[in-house]
Write a protein that binds this ligand. Sequence first.
Ligand SMILES: Nc1nc2c(ncn2[C@@H]2O[C@H](COP(=O)(O)OP(=O)(O)OP(=O)(O)O)[C@@H](O)[C@H]2O)c(=O)[nH]1
Ligand SMILES: [Mg+2]
Length: 190
Amino acid sequence: MSSAAGLAASVKILVAGGFGVGKTTMVSSISEVAPLRTEELVTEVSAGIDDLSGVEGKTTTTVALDFGRLTIDDNLVLYLFGTPGQDRFWFLWDELALGALGAVVLADTRRLENCFAAIDYFERRGLSFTVAVNCFAGAPVYTPDEVRDALDLQLDQPVVLCDARDRASCRTVLTTLLEHLIYRSSAGVA
Ligand SMILES: Nc1nc2c(ncn2[C@@H]2O[C@H](COP(=O)(O)OP(=O)(O)OP(=O)(O)O)[C@@H](O)[C@H]2O)c(=O)[nH]1
Ligand SMILES: [Mg+2]
């Protein structure tokens, strides 16, 4: 977190998760400035590699990052960085994670296993995160406790349900993450 007298503290947050889970959608929904997107057409290189089930209409994919900004109050501004979802862009994650204070890991219950890599990455780096289940229509519905169990997460690990298209819902996800960051810092964990 960076701050100076009279200036709001700025905090960098990553929005991560598997391919097509709604990362770009979430950053775009919540950003108060025109979001930066770096989307390109999904090419045939994707065929047989990226699982498009449930998002068959998806024609573009993030190739570098998404960027957005959200002012929480006079004292705190969040800078949101959405990661690319395709495995071939993993090499960008270390750059994107530099200086980040926390992360949202988006999950889709139809392809829950796709968020394992992001969870593993943040656990290894000791970066606090919140799992947010993006509730796509028709996807199996599970409680946060069931998702936490399925992902084998600690009991104090926040898991919330959300709709990445809805600004208020995304704001709740980020508030949950901020509360978790404060809890971890007061507990001396991070
Ligand atoms: N029904 C529904 N569709 C959604 C939701 N969130 C995103 N979508 C759609 O799902 C598709 C994938 O969304 P993106 O935001 O591009 O996903 P992404 O995680 O950024 O994808 P990559 O960058 O390719 O990994 C898009 O067609 C969205 O319109 C949601 O909450 N509900
Ligand atoms: Mg994207």
